[in-house]
Design a protein around this ligand. Structure first.
Ligand code: CP3
Length: 361
């Protein structure tokens, strides 16, 4: 028998009744917080923060000190996996992530070092253990990984991209080689997420940030197929606790009919789809939805415009769910933008709690 979780966020992901709609925010720790910018300056770089469990713990906890969030998310990055595989990650100010040794040839894929990879990521598991001690079971901790396709994008492009033509060249002219890379990443991600759960993560999330750049058929073959494999193979319970998982394909609103079949606990959706329509498409009481405020609104909006949109999102979900907010986790449709005023975040978090308490469970 699995034990009932005391955490509202876990309850919502498992579609149990909750006293209000829980909320956490992608990139809730980050550059919009002055205390984050200060610590990053002291550490010298973003990667130094990620690789130092004490500092990464402090950053993970920073947003929880300010806001009444319902969960913590591990402070790290999806790109630490390819970094540990030997691609050497670095960040260029205003340009984002880069790899010193991107994958250029088939031989690079064959030579990828995937043995003993978890030991190179010990700093992640140490951070999780540290955070768990500090949280003292007051809030759940979300662990995460990038999806195989999204990691492959960065590994083949060498960094961020506008058109994804490097990975598309592999996809259309050498799909066998791309599948080989995606298989390797899938095997590693399963081990990595299970190790995060064993270190203490209460929830895990897969970030498929770039699945949405694919055609319909390519998404099913090169992204969703591997997400399914991961969901099939990660722990669903650990030490008698249910460990819910969340799958987020940015731009995936058009594929909800396919995504709903892979057996995840929750689907994250961006702001381009109406949440009530998403609920109707998934038409099941087995699957939660996470989302979906436009992060642009939180960055540029005022209290009136934020309130109107929060009311609309909450109502669209409950109307499609027979008047109940059960199974909805409030979030943004993508990460918080760096220019966001923390006052707007405080307002949003309390508002979601206040307004959703008024709906029936
Ligand atoms: O959500 C959280 O608070 C947890 C921490 C987290 C970060 N990155 C911290 C971060 C998570 C879950 C991620 C995931 C991530 N990283 C994704 C998937 C989600 C998404 O946003 O689509 C992707 C694609 C990455 C890769 C990545 N890392 C990019 C593209 C960038 C640059 C972003 C930018 O706006 O310049 C990063 C750096 C990064 N990851 C920062 C943070 C707080 C900013 C680093 C800094 O300059 O201090």
């Amino acid at each position: 028998m699995t034990k009932l979780s005391p955490h509202i966020l876990v309850q919502a992901l498992l579609l149990q009744p909750t006293v209000y709609t829980p909320i956490w925010l992608m990139r809730q720790a980050g550059r919009y917080l002055p205390e984050y910018r200060k610590l990053r300056a002291e550490a010298g770089s973003f990667l130094n923060l990620c690789k130092n469990p004490e500092l990464a713990t402090e950053v993970t906890l920073q947003p929880l000190k300010r806001f009444n969030l319902d969960g913590a998310i591990l402070f790290s990055d999806i790109l630490v996996i390819p970094d540990a595989m030997g691609l050497d990650l670095y960040f260029v100010e205003n340009e984002g992530p880069k790899f010193a040794k991107p994958i250029l040839t088939l031989l690079d894929i064959d030579n990828l070092n995937v043995s003993n990879l978890l030991s190179k990521l010990d700093y992640v598991f140490d951070t999780i253990k540290n955070v768990k001690v500090k949280l003292n079971n007051q809030l759940p901790l979300i662990g995460f990984s990038g999806s195989p396709f999204t990691l492959a994008c960065y590994m083949l492009e060498g960094g961020s991209s506008k058109s994804y033509l490097s990975i598309k060249k592999w996809l259309y002219t050498n799909p066998v080689a791309l599948h080989k890379l995606l298989e390797k990443l899938t095997a590693v991600i399963i081990l990595y997420l299970n190790a995060q759960i064993e270190a203490g993560a209460d929830i895990v999330m897969l970030f498929d940030s770039w699945g949405g750049v694919l055609s319909d058929a390519a998404y099913a073959e090169f992204s969703l197929f591997y997400l399914q494999k991961i969901v099939n193979n990660i722990h669903k319970t650990y030490q008698n606790q249910a460990i819910p998982n969340i799958v987020f394909s940015k731009g995936g609103g058009v594929w909800l009919n396919q995504i709903k079949q892979i057996g995840a606990n929750a689907i994250g959706v961006d702001w381009t789809i109406n949440l009530g329509v998403a609920k109707q498409i998934i038409s099941t009481n087995q699957l939660a939805l996470q989302g979906n405020l436009d992060p642009g609104l939180l960055a540029v909006g005022d209290k009136i415009s934020i309130r109107l949109e929060v009311e609309r999102i909450l109502a669209s979900y409950t109307e499609a769910n027979h008047g109940s907010h059960s199974g909805h986790v409030f979030n943004l449709g993508h990460g918080i933008l760096p220019m966001t005023n923390p006052d707007n975040v405080a307002y949003l978090v309390d508002l979601v709690h206040e307004l959703s308490s008024g709906f029936t469970a």
